[in-house]
Each structure stands twice: as C-alpha cells, then as structure tokens.
Design a protein around this ligand. Structure first.
Ligand SMILES: NC(=O)c1ccc[n+]([C@@H]2O[C@H](COP(=O)([O-])OP(=O)(O)OC[C@H]3O[C@@H](n4cnc5c(N)ncnc54)[C@H](O)[C@@H]3O)[C@@H](O)[C@H]2O)c1
Length: 351
C-alpha cells in the first residue's frame, strides 16, 4: 500500500506533534518539515533525521549556519508530498493557501485561521465524512475540539439540550513561558460569548452552547467547566455510557490521584492525550442538569490530521479514527484504563 506523503509547514508546538503523529501512522510517511527559524527546535529535528526544509529563501543560510542540513526549499517539499499540514502562526497560513493551491496539493490548516479560509472545520469523530474529497479543511483548536467531543457525545446520545461553559485557559505554551504569560492574576476575555462556542458550531451547527473564557496564570493545560441541561432526566450510568461510546474521551478519577491539571498533564505525558472527563462527571445537581468538569490537556490532537488525498482508502471515518488511535497508542499500553479499548477491559471500573 502506498503511504500518504505528508509535509508539515511550521515546526512549532503543533507542527512537532503533527510530525510525531504522522511518523506513528502505518499508512503515512513524513515527507519533511519546513520552518523559517534555526533554533534548537529545528536543530533537534534535523539531528533526529527529519528532512528539514527552509520555508523561505531567506531562512536557508541561517539554518545552514546553525548546522542544519537543509533538505531544500518549501517548493521541493511540496513536490514530494500528497498533503500539507500548515502549522504556521495565525494569518501566515492564509497566505500559504495560494502556494498550496498552485502546487496542486491538499492542505490542512489550524484553529488560528478562520472557518472562511477553507469553508470546512474538522473534528474527526464529528464530521469526517464531510471532509472527504475536499481540497482543504481547518482542524479546530484544542478547546473547540474538546467542546465538540464532549458535548457531541451527549448530543449523539440524545441527551444534550444546551450547555454553558467557562473555559479557564492556560496563559502560554510552556516553551514560550519566558516571553509570554501572566503572574498572579486571571484575565477575563472581554467578549462574551468567547469564540470557542461559535467555533464549535462550525463543526456541529445545531449545538446550543455559550462559552466565556478567562486566561489564568498557569501553562499546563486548559480546564473547562460546564453547566449542561439535558433533554430529559438521565442516570449517571447513562451519561457515562454516552461518553464511553465516543472515541477520544478519557476518564480519570480523583481517587487515583488525578486531582488537578498538573496530575492530568503528568498522566498525559505517559500517554497519548485527549479530552479527559472528571470522575464525578455524572453527578446530577437537579433532574436533567449535569455539572461536568472537563480537563483538556492542551492541543494533543495530532491524529486528527488524516485526510483522504483522493483515493477510496479512507472513507470509513470511525474505522480511521480507531486506526489512528491504535497507531498512537504505543505509550498508552502502559496505561490501558485511559484508552477506549482499555475502558472496556478496565481495571478501573467506572463506579
Ligand atoms: N499551541 C496550541 O496549543 C494551539 C492550540 C490550538 C491551535 N493552535 C493553532 O495551531 C497553529 C500553530 O500554532 P503553534 O502554537 O504551533 O505556533 P508556534 O508559534 O509554536 O509554531 C509556529 C511555527 O511556524 C513557524 N513559522 C512562522 N512563519 C513561518 C512561515 N512563513 N513558514 C513556515 N513556518 C513559519 C515558526 O517559526 C514556528 O516554528 C495556529 O493556527 C494556532 O492558532 C495552536
């Protein structure tokens, strides 16, 4: 079977994860990565054997001076690829879209770009089918992905009436904590609703969801708290079953020591991450109303980037989601209770 050749343009927080995830897939090969910087991140990539390309002509000489064996320019990388995942910062990707189109390449963009850039926003378990055959899509942000996964699971079970959530966002990505970030404060976003709720509706248009967001003085991960009104009174088991039936939602229990963001992140470092739902998620405050604490350990959704480059091979969305998870699950074997498969044979009964 021919492997899909994937280019990653922009090797930062997201690009590195996408590249790592692509290398774990059994039907993809990483054609190479491109960037404009020459610092330790790209130096490590080159030493790890990745084909590092200079995304602009100006970037090449400094990269070489930094000891990076530059494999070529962006055009060469695109010529060796079937699909490109653009992981450049906000607004840069929009400029790149024309370059990919000119190269005749399918392209995947990220949450920093607007829905209008591609006209399609993507979360694998929610709308895989409508992405098939498209020339481009946008993988929504980690916060929006989490909303779609968790509320989408309740919606699929016919339980979701409406949801109102507060998103407690991390102040910065860990790698740039020296340059960005806030100390000893919480900064509310001025606009209500915050963009994540409307963004979730670019994937699931009928979600009745409103979010507000604050930025807090930590950088481990985001935390979502939800007030969810159900369509009818439901038992805790029914609610848990709705989450269990959805892929890419992991369960954690505070009695196992997973009591806050830091322990969730520590756990995720031993495991391929996803949305995590707190163990008391099913406690009902009044009939039909669910209080749902959800932890979202940053953007750990690289496996969402599979795209059909034109063949019929990848038409079955649920199967492809499962296959990706299997490829990514090497480290999860050490923590089986956190995988969907692990839940079925879990040593942590969900009581
Ligand atoms: N960091 C997150 O947790 C997160 C979460 C959700 C979505 N996103 C989205 O993912 C995208 C990438 O974000 P990130 O956090 O990885 O950014 P980042 O700043 O960590 O990485 C971007 C990389 O692109 C490189 N770059 C800049 N200009 C370039 C160009 N012209 N050509 C090629 N490379 C270029 C930068 O040098 C950097 O290495 C954005 O759309 C962002 O909104 C990020």
């Amino acid at each position: 079977m021919d492997r899909i050749r994937v280019a990653v343009n922009g090797y930062g927080v997201i690009g590195k994860r996408v590249a790592d995830a692509v290398r774990l897939q059994d039907d993809m090969t990483l054609a190479g990565v491109a960037d404009i910087v020459d610092d330790y991140r790209l130096q490590v990539a080159a030493r790890a054997g990745l084909a590092v390309h200079a995304a602009t002509p100006q970037a090449e000489a400094p990269m070489r001076a930094a000891g990076i064996a530059v494999a070529g320019g962006l055009a060469e990388l695109l010529a060796q690829s079937d699909v490109v995942v653009d992981c450049t910062p906000k607004k840069v990707a929009a400029i790149n879209k024309g370059v990919y189109e000119a190269a005749g390449l399918k392209a995947i963009f990220h949450g920093g770009e607007s829905h209008a850039l591609t006209g399609h926003s993507f979360v694998a378990q929610a709308n895989y089918a409508s992405a098939l055959g498209r020339s481009s899509t946008r993988v929504v942000s980690c916060n929006t992905t989490s909303i779609v996964r968790t509320l989408g699971a309740l919606r699929t079970a016919g339980l979701l009436k409406r949801a109102r959530g507060t998103l407690i966002r991390r102040a910065s990505d860990p790698w740039e904590a020296h340059a960005e970030g806030i100390v000893n404060t919480v900064v509310p976003e001025k606009v209500i609703p915050s963009h994540q709720g409307p963004d979730a509706r670019t994937v699931l248009p009928d979600l009745d969801v409103v979010t507000i967001a604050v930025k807090a003085a930590h950088n481990s991960s985001h935390l979502h708290t939800w007030w969810v009104e159900l369509t009818r009174p439901a038992t805790r088991d029914e609610v848990l079953a709705a989450f269990q039936a959805a892929p890419r939602i992991a369960f954690v229990r505070s009695s196992d020591g997973i009591v806050a963001l830091n322990s969730t992140v520590e756990l995720a470092r031993r495991h391929v991450g996803g949305g995590a739902v707190g163990g008391r998620a099913g406690r009902r405050r009044r009939p039909g109303v669910l209080h749902l604490p959800g932890l979202q350990p940053g953007n750990r959704d690289p496996g969402n980037h599979r795209r059909d480059p034109g063949s019929d091979r990848h038409r079955d969305g649920p199967r492809e989601v499962h296959r990706e998870d299997r490829c990514l699950a090497g480290s999860a074997a050490r923590f089986p209770a956190l995988t969907q498969q692990g839940l079925e044979g879990s040593q942590w009964p969900l009581t």
